[in-house]
Ligand binder design. Sequence first.
Ligand code: FCB
Length: 453
Amino acid sequence: MTLNLPDGPTLAFGAATASYQIEGATTEDGRGVSIWDTFAATPGAIRDGKDGSIACDSYHRYAEDAALVADLGVGWYRFSVAWPRIIPTGTGAVEPRGLAYYDRLVDSLLERGVTPTGTFYHWDLPQALEDAGGWLHRDTAYAFADYAMVVHERLGDRVKVWATHNEPWCAAYLGYAAGVHAPGRREGGDAHRAAHHLMLGHGLAAQALHAAGSRDVGIVLNLAPIWPEPGTPASAADGVDAVRNRVWLDPLVDGAYDEGLLRVAPELASAELVREGDLDLVKGSADWLGVNYYTPVRPGPVVATPDGEERHPETDAYPGVEPVTFHVQEPRTHIGWEVEPAGLEELLVDTFKRTGLPLMVTENGAAYADDHVVDGVVQDEDRRAYLESHIAATESAREAGADIRGYIVWTLLDNFEWAEGYTKNFGIVRVDPVTQDRTPKASYRWLQERLKG
Ligand code: FCB
């Protein structure tokens, strides 16, 4: 029984952000170095060569951002905590100024009637832990649980709904296999070790949080509907589903990795990696599940491209799976992701069937070029239409019987979009790249009106 998830007769709404993408102030108040600082400083890693050192300067402008959330009329704000602000080298000494920042943030939300929900890990691993092996190393899971408890001890009186990880698939496979996210490593099948340690960290943290009385511990997954193109070998489609979806869901629901996954990830059959009790700890550990959805995944047979077509950035993110490419149909957003709200509806219905857990859409939104500006206001009809169709898909899934509690838009502010730098805008509020001034876009105004009913 969860206690504090939204539970009204209609969907709850929220807006989401993530620490490294908006805070800036990366050297202030004792914050340690994160893997994203290091990765962003690597030539060629980020499309525009930029980093999160200033970002939206939300470290200083958090009150203004809390006011934007409150004015929008959503009841919830999803934020993440930067581990290197709290424990700068990953283990050991706690930095009180880091905790004080999140205190201020949480209080300024609550004062304005907004309920905060926190995520402990949205990818900013302390660099010191990466230097010791990062998520390939078992100790990182224990360090994560300790860190989560430090945060919970301080904020848990006011923040009741927590997620351990955001999109561990990206952390493990984009970070340690494809190398397109921090820490930028290309370790092939060893990335499955990272996946296991992320889940172990989730399980350890959930156990400790439950022992401390929390009943609202979730995890946020970027699950995807897998829609193979004609001619895709069944084993390839199954492998993609295994590495994208089942590697997380099976341990959570069954406390096991399935046969199809072990075929592509024999690493997960190792008793040295998956120790006795690890998966029992994960089984049943989530009280709720966050689903982040942007686009369906359409694996297809590899077709030779003599014209040197750009490789799909996720091509190497499925180690052990026979080579596939990813097809993307029209229409697409500015980041090249297919717009398909039916994928969200299917995913929510299937995920509820599979898990029986209360679900929240913890991220959904779209990047567009935002090049239609009237009187200083971005007229983002494309983004508005994307949000409207995906909210409708969420409502349909709810009507079909899936227990969906909320819909949280990604994202409040234009921000540092990881490997894309500042070249892709997902915000419903424009942020001036020089002054950091915030201006609500037309999509923000539309959502505001809609929520007024
Ligand atoms: C998700 C991330 C989020 C944001 C969106 C566009 O994968 O969780 O931080 O970058 O994609």
